[in-house]
Design a protein around this ligand. Sequence first.
Ligand SMILES: Nc1ncnc2c1ncn2[C@@H]1O[C@H](COP(=O)(O)OP(=O)(O)O)[C@@H](O)[C@H]1O
Ligand SMILES: O=P(O)(O)O[C@H]1O[C@H](CO)[C@@H](O[C@H]2O[C@H](CO)[C@@H](O)[C@H](O)[C@H]2O)[C@H](O)[C@H]1O
Length: 461
Amino acid sequence: MKVDPAEVSRVLSGWLGQQRWYAGKSRDGVIAARLLAELAPEPPSVQIWIADVTYSDGQLEHYQVPLVFRTETVDHLDHVLVGTVIDIDDDRPIHLYDALHDKEVTGVWLARMAAGDTVDGVVFDALDNPGEIPVGETSLALTAEQSNTSLIFGDTAIMKAFRRVEPGLNPDIEIHAELTRLGARHIAKLLGHVTAEVDGQPWSLAMLQEFMTTATDGWQFATGSVRDLMAEGDLHAEEAGGDFAGEAHRLGVSAAEVHADLARAFGTSELGSAELGERAAVMKGRLDAALSEVPALSTVADGLRHAYDDLANYDRPVLAQRVHGDLHLGQVLRTVHRWVFLDFEGEPAKSIGERRRQDSPIRDVAGMLRSFDYAARHQLIDIGATSQSEFRAAEWADRNRAAFCQGYAEGGGLDPAEVTVLLRAFEADKAVYELVYEARNRPNWLPIPLASLQRLAAGRS
Ligand SMILES: Nc1ncnc2c1ncn2[C@@H]1O[C@H](COP(=O)(O)OP(=O)(O)O)[C@@H](O)[C@H]1O
Ligand SMILES: O=P(O)(O)O[C@H]1O[C@H](CO)[C@@H](O[C@H]2O[C@H](CO)[C@@H](O)[C@H](O)[C@H]2O)[C@H](O)[C@H]1O
């Protein structure tokens, strides 16, 4: 079976724009597809293709698209049909399907990992424990596709195939590999990964992790607590059923423990005044870029610049280390035993180089505090806010933010109350990022980060 890459580019051009994980939806881009590796040559052939997207401003992005080549159409795969091309050898049609959604072929990733294969320069690595790869289990794709595509195998392992790929080791694999080696408590163990070697550079394609069964994610857990509170007439957060503060405290302790593990695994450094000035300048740059996309930000921009100036003029060195980089309640799972932290990839919009840089752990604290604010306020968007519901949401957020900070300090982290300049700058930076994210993805959620930016610009949290 032989196909013309130009034909594959043509079908991908129509299909990519419909995928949740494709970041170029609002931009004009030219798509060129190239074959990276053929994982299963026997029919149905399974191949990893890379779609190189060149945007009109010259920017280049790469997306991983594993395809299965079938000579017959398959009804139950209709929803993941990418397109039909012609076989160069015999002029017959070949139907291309998204291989990650075809249970008949997904097992090849596990089989190759367990065997420690290298295929066309793509290395399948099971670390030291090939026996832990659940070869033979059937896959189930997570329906809530996010930045990547995740498959659960049986109930023991989850494989995340990275969609947007680039040269450089993905921090999610890098961090999970080190923390697994350390035996860290608050992560899901790394079982294996798939990495291509292209021109001497690694390209991370996929990772396999222990699957945490019967876990609830932090967002579901926290928003359940807010729902209970809102259903309870006049009660305060501590009086209503489903109070979350005990969990918020445990989550804070756990975050401090994760940071201690990251410091142990990757070391620490100090950000002096020059570096703080440079970090503040990056935040101002992000604010300026956001202003052109969300004009409502202009009313608070001066106050936010003051917060960034305070960071630039901070008179003490700031401890830096590897961090999570995009910490929020959707990135933590509560198992029966402990809180588990997921997705150490950092903010998807940043380059791998930026995401691997050491940073203040207060960036993660700020991310989680923003999430408490989101959890408290997002229901008011649907039910309509009154002054009383606003007051009660704020009370829930304040209570849980305080519990998280107290837990973080008790767990050995910096006391957030003692580094308010850092916290304000990082919260503002995150809320600016969120404002752009909401403008692009969920415009009716814009009031959440905007209200926080108004408080932060006025010098409140
Ligand atoms: N090890 C795991 N155990 C259980 N569920 C997981 C695990 N890893 C991820 N998940 C689930 O998959 C979702 C997506 O995972 P995530 O790593 O955040 O992917 P993405 O990079 O696409 O956002 C998570 O929100 C969580 O619900
Ligand atoms: O899950 P991702 O790593 O792809 O993160 C992106 O999407 C998140 C939304 O799913 C977004 O998080 C924002 O909304 C959350 C509620 O849905 C809230 O808990 C977070 O605090 C808020 O930042 C995240 O910013 C974005 O990178």
